[in-house]
Design a protein around this ligand. Structure first.
Ligand SMILES: [Zn+2]
Length: 238
């Protein structure tokens, strides 16, 4: 039995073993993975890094993906191992990306909310995007900020930076195959930002004031995605 078959057997002991294959591929980066299936044939694609990871953790990853497909909540020791592996990945990642403007914001928020104890992350500007204002990628330990916030008032930049830093700090809660990033604890801490209640309107006003770069003519799905993200920030649904 390969590790994927073992993973399946442990989750669904009463079921007939399907055909399962694992392919390690250079197409994936940063510990990414996916699963495709047709009928009873499952194919797992894992980035090359997974080849060097302990089998007990890979088994957890496979189980995590199986549960995602089956929309089931089951806890296993291997899934716990996998989750803590993913949460600690950032420790081994090189911190070589930064930007003085972003770093200043990171440091201000680190001092104000984390007593300066939050470990440095990679910091970078993303594209001119209103669909993705900012995000924290825990695979690469990187906070990426939309270029719409270049030269934004510190109050706005810091608020968004703080939000992403909370993602780094709190990671995510996992129950079964379901992942939650904006937990009640997250929301509670986020509210500690000075003037929290007015921030959504300030972000909205800032984005309205920013002209789109001439080169970006947008498709309909893009425009829809932007509206949806604004709703995340404005109505706090994300
Ligand atoms: Zn968020």
């Amino acid at each position: 039995m390969n590790v994927a078959e073992e993973a399946f057997k442990e989750l669904f002991p009463e079921r007939v073993l399907p055909r399962i294959e694992i392919k390690y591929s250079g197409r994936f980066k940063d510990y990414n993975s996916n699963v495709t299936y047709r009928g009873d044939n499952f194919s797992f694609g894992l980035s090359r890094e997974w080849e060097d990871v302990d089998a007990s953790i890979v088994k957890g990853l496979i189980q995590h993906l199986f549960l995602k497909i089956h929309r089931k909540k089951i806890s296993t020791m291997n899934i716990d191992l996998y989750n803590s592996f993913m949460k600690n990945l950032h420790r081994g990642i090189k911190k070589d990306k930064s930007d003085p403007f972003l770093e200043a914001s990171f440091n201000r928020m680190n001092d104000m909310f984390f007593s300066g104890t939050l470990e440095k992350t990679n910091l970078e500007w993303g594209s001119h995007s209103k669909a993705m204002l900012a995000n924290y990628n825990f695979h690469t330990d990187t906070i990426r900020m939309s270029k719409y916030f270049i030269n934004a008032p510190a109050e706005i930049l810091d608020y968004i930076m703080y939000h992403e830093m909370l993602h780094k700090k709190l990671k995510f809660k996992n129950s079964g195959g379901f992942t939650s990033h904006h937990t009640p604890e997250f929301r509670m801490l986020e509210k500690q930002y000075p003037g929290f209640k007015s921030m959504d309107n300030k972000i909205k006003a800032h984005l309205r004031s920013k002209r789109k770069p001439v080169s970006s003519i947008k498709s309909r799905p893009q425009i829809k995605a932007e509206k949806n993200t604004l709703l995340h920030w404005i109505r706090r649904l994300y």
